[in-house]
Write a protein that binds this ligand. Structure first.
Ligand code: PMP
Length: 287
């Protein structure tokens, strides 16, 4: 099926959609993005994603595109036009193009940001086989830039780390810096020890996950103990269980870290429970 995508105000078949070769998203990775999950045709955590998008744009001084206040309509229109039931909507905003290449930013008075949205269909997204078996992850050095709290499209290193995981016969990678885990290639990382959920505190070092915020809120509401602090590689390998969160993976149990099986090597009870709660509660508030 030919997808209908959105480019700068127009709904177009994917094969007919175009942006400039001088677009700064293409030349400089000068762009931010968001990913919103769709379950049963409804958007999950939409308000949180728009709020983070606004922050990412502000941190990079990219002006808000004219369609910013209509983003809910655009998302819903793409769901409808693509008959999307389960899947994701990707949104990318670049600093645009002033028709040439230069390191300095173009004048934002005269250069409009480029806005692109497209859908990905993933039937049965909430029922993935990986969520039942649990993910096996490797650890790799985190050599990304220092503003990981901004959701930029600089995804080369996370892509490379995912390829390293694949080469090692695993599902994903967690990134480490000076012996502590920062986050996953495209998710936030958690361990569970003695019933306590431990996840790195927010800072410039990690992306402020929208799923993370929701999951920690649900965990606290369910009287689970949460500790927001860095954890070491040794703690991760000695954990009772582990999991990661993201908009597309929800709560994903981790059963093996760098060849060390956690617990009995199957998804742990805390991860399973949090996945259930997250899916149940976010479906209730989906729009
Ligand atoms: N960290 C990184 C590096 C990510 O790419 C993502 C997913 N975009 C996350 C964390 C999880 O964020 P969210 O829950 O908002 O999808």
């Amino acid at each position: 099926m030919t997808r209908t995508v959105y480019v700068n105000g127009d709904y177009l078949p994917e094969t007919g959609a175009k942006i400039s070769i001088f677009d700064r998203g293409f030349l400089m990775a000068d762009a931010v993005y968001e990913v919103t999950s769709v379950l049963g045709g409804k958007l999950i955590d939409f308000a949180g994603h728009v709020k983070r998008l606004e922050r990412s744009l502000g941190e990079l001084d990219i002006k808000k595109p004219a369609c910013f206040d209509d983003l809910l309509t655009v998302h819903r229109e793409l769901v409808a036009r693509n008959d999307l039931v389960d899947g994701m909507i990707y949104l990318q905003i670049t600093r645009g193009s002033d028709g040439d290449r230069d390191f300095t930013f173009p004048d934002s008075e005269t250069t409009e940001p480029t806005v692109v949205l497209f859908t990905q269909s993933k039937p049965g997204l909430a029922d993935s086989t990986l969520s039942k078996s649990g993910a096996r992850i490797i650890l790799v050095e985190d050599i990304r830039w220092g503003r990981r709290d901004i959701k930029t499209v600089q995804l080369l290193y996370p892509s490379m780390a995912k390829m390293m995981a694949r080469k090692a016969g695993c599902d994903d990678a967690w990134l480490t810096e000076e012996g502590v885990v920062t986050e996953g290639t495209s998710n936030n990382a958690y361990i569970v020890k003695g019933g306590r959920i431990i996840t790195r505190q927010l800072s410039h070092d990690i992306l402020h996950g929208i799923t993370r915020a929701a999951v920690l809120r649900f965990a606290r509401e369910a009287q689970m103990e949460v500790e927001e602090r860095s954890f070491t590689i040794e703690e991760a390998k000695a954990a009772d269980e582990a999991f990661f969160t993201s908009a597309s993976a929800f709560v994903m149990p981790v059963v093996e870290i760098d060849g060390t099986a956690l617990g009995d090597g199957t998804p742990g009870p805390v991860a399973k429970r949090l996945r259930e709660i997250y899916l149940e509660e976010s479906l209730k508030s989906a729009i």
